[in-house]
Write a protein that binds this ligand. Structure first.
Ligand code: AMP
Length: 175
């Protein structure tokens, strides 16, 4: 199935020069949504995954569906200050400055086999920080799946350099 027509490209959002890849149009498309979830899961279906970690916010929608598909639990990785219980946190690089993401301290058990889910990998800063968080909590990251890869920004390579197998469904040139 060709996902490209189901992903809306919004030029100059959120700022000039950026093409925002909007997956809300994909989520609204029943066959496209189902196909995407099946394809995100596929390489890791026999890997003994016992939890899915989704990255706020679009990673929650996709990750929830992936967890349902695998009949496993879901763990939320959130922006700083959103989770109500005790957390561990990791800093990551933005274009200007840094940001921080968190998971609940007891959301992962030692030896848990985790797949990470988000809608898109660009520079990889977000996904690498999420990997560090899962590892700090005692989990093994058996893979990371994204609908979209922006290969020119090199994030996939960075994540693979951390020994995380990466699955992506479609690539777009540029940023
Ligand atoms: P990065 O940390 O640079 O890999 O950025 C990935 C995160 O930023 C993901 O959570 C994406 O949802 C979001 N993101 C980055 N670039 C774009 C883009 N061009 N279109 C849509 N979302 C993006």
């Amino acid at each position: 199935m060709n996902l490209e027509p189901l992903i809306r490209a919004i030029p100059d959002y959120p700022k000039p020069g950026i093409i925002f890849r909007d997956i809300t149009t994909l989520l609204q498309h029943p066959a496209g949504f189902r196909y995407s979830i099946d394809m995100l899961v596929q390489p890791f279906a026999g890997a003994g995954v016992n939890r899915v970690a989704g990255i706020e916010a679009r990673g929650f929608i996709l990750g929830g569906a992936v967890a349902h598909q695998l009949s496993v639990g879901f763990v939320a990785i959130r922006k700083k200050g959103k989770l109500p219980w005790q957390t561990i946190s990791a800093e990551y690089q933005l274009e200007y400055g840094t940001d921080e993401m968190e998971i609940h301290i007891d959301s992962i058990e030692k030896g848990d086999q985790i797949i990470l889910i988000d809608d898109l990998i660009a520079t990889g800063g977000t996904a690498c920080a999420a990997t560090k968080l899962v590892r700090a909590a005692g989990g093994d990251v058996v893979g990371a799946s994204f609908v979209i890869d922006l290969p020119d920004l090199g994030g996939r390579k960075k994540l693979e350099d951390m020994n995380v197998p990466v699955r992506t469904l479609i690539e777009f040139e540029g940023d």
